[in-house]
Design a protein around this ligand. Structure first.
Ligand SMILES: C[S@@+](CC[C@H](N)C(=O)[O-])C[C@H]1O[C@@H](n2cnc3c(N)ncnc32)[C@H](O)[C@@H]1O
Length: 283
């Protein structure tokens, strides 16, 4: 090396520029999330705000304002937040009276039937519908079951048809061996059942719901509990547009509907509560 050449010392670059965080006002973010999904967090605002801060930090947002701007402009950020905040709790053979009621009617007819689960979460409910119809002797080829959910991870899970023992706790060993094959610690639902349920990621408020056509039986259970009253009515109104005809039946979860929605009539039969379009007699 030439004696006059002195290599320069590299300049010190400070990579630790402090990030100034501001997670002071989540209200606008809550308003945007609720307007899009229907979900409100009134009862759990403090714990949800902590979750929102964790989400923002994990995704490198330093404030609710910058997170909100990303939610408005990048559908992938919104999708991640929806997957993060929605409660997908479900299991096979949950609230069976309504499903058995539907299965008896379908078994007593020879018509083609279309059934909607909105939401179907990770698939346990729509698959329960298929299993129950199968147990009632219904040929599944004349039944179309569509299951939608806003949570894209739940839809992926549903399509795999692979479940933990916990999801199956209501099934007898006999039913488990008839419809599942064990795979390590998990249970795989038989392809003969999986093939009869179509899963789509969809927001119940998305006008594209109309593209699924109309249905004879519409299940919407344990989602409306997360909505406020006007939003419950608005969701029910959206679902009403998907009724095939006056004989279409709607089933909601026990805690979903606190007062009868305008547009629907309430009925009871065999201990089961169901609804039809208003001014229509029950099936
Ligand atoms: C508790 S699970 C209920 C699943 C099943 N129906 C049951 O009763 O077991 C509620 C589901 O509603 C979904 N959900 C919430 N808001 C939604 C919306 N706007 N559109 C579609 N699905 C939604 C959530 O992602 C979640 O999977």
């Amino acid at each position: 090396m030439f004696r006059w050449f002195k290599p320069k010392k590299p300049k010190h670059v400070d990579t630790h520029v402090p990030i100034i965080e501001d997670f002071s006002d989540p209200d606008e973010l809550y308003r945007f999330f609720t307007a899009t999904t229907g979900i409100t967090f009134e009862q759990k605002k403090s714990i949800t705000t902590t979750k929102l801060i964790n989400f923002a930090r994990d995704h490198r947002f330093a404030s609710f304002t910058s997170l909100l701007s990303a939610l408005r402009n990048d559908v992938r950020v919104m999708e991640s937040l929806i997957n993060f905040l929605t409660v997908n709790e479900t299991y096979f053979f949950r609230e069976m009276a309504q499903i058995e009621f539907m299965a008896r009617q379908v078994a007593g007819s020879h018509k083609k039937m279309r059934i909607l689960c909105a939401p179907g979460s990770t698939g346990e409910e729509p698959y329960t519908v298929a299993i129950t119809l199968c147990e009632a002797g219904v040929d599944l080829n004349r039944v179309e079951i569509v299951s939608i959910d806003i949570n894209t991870k739940a839809i992926e899970h549903a399509r795999q048809g692979l479940y933990s023992r916990r999801s199956l706790h209501r099934l007898t060993d006999q039913l488990i061996s008839r419809y599942f094959t064990s795979e390590g610690e998990k249970y795989r639902l038989n392809a003969s059942i999986c093939a009869h349920v179509r899963f789509e990621a969809m927001n119940i408020f998305d006008p594209a719901m109309a593209e699924f056509g109309t249905f004879d039986y519409l299940f919407s259970r344990n989602m409306l509990i997360y909505f406020d009253q006007p939003t419950v009515f608005s969701a029910v109104e959206r679902l009403s547009r998907l009724a095939h005809d006056a004989k279409s039946l709607f089933f909601f979860g026990h805690a979903d509907i606190l007062s009868s929605p305008p547009g629907l009539s309430e009925h009871y039969a065999h201990g089961v509560k169901y609804y039809t379009l208003r001014a229509c007699e029950p099936a």
